[in-house]
Design a protein around this ligand. Structure first.
Ligand SMILES: Cc1cc2nc3c(=O)[nH]c(=O)nc-3n(C[C@H](O)[C@H](O)[C@H](O)COP(=O)(O)OP(=O)(O)OC[C@H]3O[C@@H](n4cnc5c(N)ncnc54)[C@H](O)[C@@H]3O)c2cc1C
Length: 461
């Protein structure tokens, strides 16, 4: 698609010449996200600086029926922000900044292009905590987090992004601005459109400003690396800790034996426990100031070990120990490079079916190819498994079907936290009924009748 001169002139008038790029002047970062989606050169890159500019740009695109792809930090893993041929890429990169921290209502007002790490730092400086944390924190943006309803490693305590958002400002496909930034916790005055926009992956509107809820800063963080012989034991331990630690549990992350083999062999980390336990867990809790919390945490783990729910437990004695424990959970970013070719998934499986699902996955993967193997880890407490299937032959065909059939059988979700984008769109029907898909189509058609916003993401083009 070529942009007619009059439209180009109108867009330049809105964002200025510094806010437009075309052809080879479009930076590499705007051509590809962090997923396996192919690189693409958009017809134009537009970088508005204000909500009003976003609105004016969308009004022009809507009038000319230009398809628009919305871009945040480009860390998405579903191909949603990766441009396709002929699209106008609208990047929020010039809309950054924390506008206000209100200590009375414990809220923060943020522009959508602000990186998550900046939000976390500003919250900490003001004596608070922002509840969402994920590995891409330095680059992903609050707008992208809202659009994907990002999860991460503290969902157990603070929920996904939707639980941390009190209000939004957004621009609809035709350029109308909608805003609801009221600093109240309870609000049943009509439809909650803000929650509808959260997790809609830029298909219903562009998020420009976000009102975030802040939490009290945590104190007395305790971290342990534990071994468990089975998923059943790990889940029993989780339930007990939730009761015993008075809501202090922050993270309960699990790594299955094949993951630990890769972390120690390819990743070069020391073997933490003898005998290849089925699961290694990173358990973290905020136990409050003073030594009482520390003792309670150690006693709770000792009890679980005595009862055989945990086979072993190492408790961090220093910040360095904590980093050493988390290094296992973060080792996948490095060790994947040294594993045979693989394909990655982010699925939910109900906790009651988790052990069976992993056993079946192992069986079916081996039945498909003797040289294939799974790597499984994830946010166990959130019923969220990240998994990858690898084969030395390089033939990855049929793996997606194995995983998504299993998800369907076990009544799970094909996307736990990364979203659908373009990459998982073909499989959405395995998690959603025809009636649900029809409802989603109705919502999309009503809010974006010209189908210009993130066309072909979540729903067919
Ligand atoms: C190392 C690494 C670790 C990760 N860990 C996690 C994790 O633990 N949990 C998790 O949930 N995700 C994780 N992710 C995925 C990713 O970081 C999240 O999906 C994140 O929320 C994307 O934010 P972004 O700003 O990079 O969005 P982008 O990648 O730019 O966009 C993602 C989607 O949101 C849309 N979008 C972006 N900004 C807006 C906006 N302002 N308005 C409307 N739509 C918009 C885009 O069109 C696209 O569909 C990880 C990614 C990496 C690379």
């Amino acid at each position: 698609m070529t942009i007619p001169d009059d439209a180009l002139a109108a867009l330049a008038e809105v964002v200025g010449s510094g806010g437009l790029r075309s052809g080879e002047a479009i930076p590499a970062r705007n051509r590809k996200d962090a997923s396996k989606a192919e690189e693409g050169l958009p017809a134009l890159l537009v970088m508005p600086r204000t909500t009003e500019e976003v609105a004016a740009v969308l009004a022009i695109c809507s009038r000319h029926a230009f398809p628009v792809v919305v871009q945040g930090g480009m860390t998405g893993l579903a191909g949603g922000a990766a441009p396709q041929a002929g699209e106008v890429a609208l990047s929020l990169e010039k809309m950054t900044g924390v506008e206000e921290i209100d200590p009375v209502t414990r809220t923060m007002t943020v522009l959508a292009g602000t990186p998550l790490a900046v939000v976390q730092e500003k919250a900490a400086t003001a004596g608070f905590l922002y509840g969402v944390d994920l590995g891409a924190r330095g680059t992903c943006t609050i707008g992208g987090n809202v659009a994907t309803n990002a999860g991460g490693v503290q969902v157990l305590r603070y929920g996904m992004t939707r639980r941390n958002v009190l209000g939004l400002e957004a621009v609809m496909a035709d350029g109308r601005i909608v805003s609801h930034l009221k600093k109240v916790v309870k609000n049943n005055a009509g439809y909650d459109w803000t929650q509808l926009f959260i997790g809609s992956e830029g298909t219903l509107g562009i998020v420009t400003r976000v009102l975030l809820a802040l939490q009290p800063a945590v104190t007395g963080t305790q971290t342990a690396l534990c071994a468990a012989g089975s998923v059943a034991n790990a889940l029993a331990a989780l339930n007990r800790l939730e009761g015993q630690l008075g809501g202090g549990l922050l993270a309960f992350e699990a790594m299955w034996s094949e993951y630990m083999k890769a972390a120690t062999e390819q990743g070069g980390l020391p073997v933490p426990f003898a005998g290849e336990p089925e699961l290694v867990l990173v358990i973290e809790a905020a136990m409050g100031p003073g030594s009482t919390g520390e003792e309670t945490f150690a006693e709770a783990l000792a009890e679980l070990a005595e009862e055989g729910l945990l086979d072993d437990a190492l408790i961090a004695q220093s910040g360095r120990d904590r980093q050493r424990f988390w290094a296992y959970r973060e080792a996948n970013y490095e060790f994947y490079r040294d594993l045979p070719p693989g394909v990655h998934f982010d699925v939910s499986i109900p906790l009651g079916a988790m052990a069976d699902a992993v056993a079946l996955l192992r069986q079916r993967v081996k039945a498909r190819s003797a040289t294939a193997f799974p790597i499984v880890f994830g946010h166990l407490a959130d019923s969220n498994l990240h998994l990858s299937l690898h084969d030395e032959t390089g033939d990855l065909s049929g793996f997606a079907e194995i995983v998504y059939e299993l998800v369907r059988e076990k009544q799970g979700s094909i996307s736990a936290e990364h979203g659908v984008g373009v990459l998982k769109r073909p499989y959405l029907g395995m998690s959603r009924s025809d009636a649900e898909l029809a409802l989603m189509t109705t919502l999309k058609r009503t809010l974006d009748p010209g189908n210009i916003l993130n066309r072909g993401r979540i729903l067919p083009a």
